[in-house]
Design a protein around this ligand. Structure first.
Ligand SMILES: *Cc1c(COP(=O)(O)O)cnc(C)c1O
Length: 337
């Protein structure tokens, strides 16, 4: 299968599976799993935080962050396009009694500080208490600049808010900016990382923060049914992902750029390759193309595409340059070009 739907489809490599097989494990709810303990300590130090907690998913890691920063009746500022507003089932409101205050994202994925300032509520019983700003990097494949992150830090300091990063794909941002991950993480009170996307682990995310925040998150994780037992098997995959699969993300970015350039030459596809910053390509399809038919025909040849117009194509460690060429050849045949 050549699967462009998402980088969540990545499969563990033989070397990653080997690391999982040999991981020493114990009951992590008792704090007894040495592989989980190692991952959490290592990850905290590596990203410049006091503590870390291994979570079942990015959604859970974000929810734990929101529930640990905010109390019932608090609110967090975020983007209309933020994953932890739009794509997580309203979990903060449903399970945390926390009100989201979304702001329209700018074209580059950032949030305007003028619009954020206007959304902060006065201290008054009429209003929810504005507690946290949550931003996302990368957002829809776009990278927020270090200068912007620094401004976000100054903004939250000025307004006495906390600052969270949904860093599901923060390593794609670091690779695109060609900086060490700490150049990004330094600005945040908390940060999540998805291990199961481009980094290639089968399951798992991390939440990073100070000791107090992570202790709260550990309690909420148990409440939410996320206390896992001999989970070192998965933590071993996560550690492997963070130590072995980071630098190769540059390949995914180069492949995405190549894919965009080649697609832009195909009649019926509108793509701007210069907008491709990481591993995502957004292509507008001519309405004359029957997208469902195209999807079905490609599927017969083991190529999977998402629906939607623009359609999102994601590169990852399961897609080589040769796979992209195969896709382009099949696509041209299918469109009879
Ligand atoms: C995928 C993703 C998440 C959630 O991760 P899951 O593991 O799918 O729950 C959170 N934030 C962003 C930006 C994501 O892309």
């Amino acid at each position: 299968m050549i699967d462009f739907r998402s980088d969540t489809v990545t499969l563990p490599s033989p070397a990653m599976l080997e690391a999982m097989i040999h991981a020493p494990v114990g009951d992590d709810v008792y704090g007894d799993d040495p592989t989980v303990n190692d991952l959490e300590q290592w990850a905290a130090q590596r990203h410049g935080f006091e503590a870390a907690i291994f979570c079942s998913s990015g959604t859970q890691a974000n929810l734990l962050a929101l529930m640990s920063h905010c109390e019932r009746g608090d609110e967090y500022l975020c983007g209309q396009q933020a994953h932890n507003y739009k794509f997580e089932g309203g979990g903060a409101a449903v399970l945390g009694s926390i009100q989201p205050q979304p702001i329209e994202n700018e074209n580059d994925g950032s949030l305007s500080f003028a619009k954020l300032t206007a959304a902060i509520k006065p201290v008054d019983p009429h209003f929810a208490r504005t507690t946290l700003l949550s931003i996302e990097n990368t957002i829809n494949g776009k990278v927020l600049s270090l200068a912007y992150l620094q401004q976000a830090r100054e903004f939250v300091n000025l307004h006495a808010l906390q600052l969270h990063l949904d860093g599901a794909r923060v390593y794609n941002a670091a690779i695109a900016l060609d900086v060490d991950i700490k150049e990004i993480s330094q600005y945040f009170d908390s940060m999540t990382i998805c291990l199961s996307k481009g980094l290639g682990a089968p399951v798992g995310s991390l939440l990073l923060g100070d000791k107090k925040l992570i202790a709260k998150a550990r309690r909420w994780r148990k409440v939410l049914g996320g206390g896992m037992r001999q989970v070192g098997i998965l933590a071993a995959a996560g550690k492997y992902a963070l130590t072995e699969n980071v630098m190769r993300l540059a390949e995914d970015h180069a492949n995405a750029r190549y894919l965009a350039e080649q697609l832009s030459l195909i009649k019926g596809f509108t793509v701007n390759p210069s907008l491709v910053q990481t591993n995502m390509v957004f292509a507008k399809l001519d309405p004359a193309i029957d997208q469902q038919q195209l999807q079905a025909t490609l599927k017969e040849q083991d190529i999977l595409l998402s629906t939607g117009n623009p359609v999102r194509l994601v590169t990852h460690l399961g897609i080589s340059r040769k796979d992209i060429d195969t896709f382009l050849t099949v696509l041209k045949e299918t469109l009879k070009l």
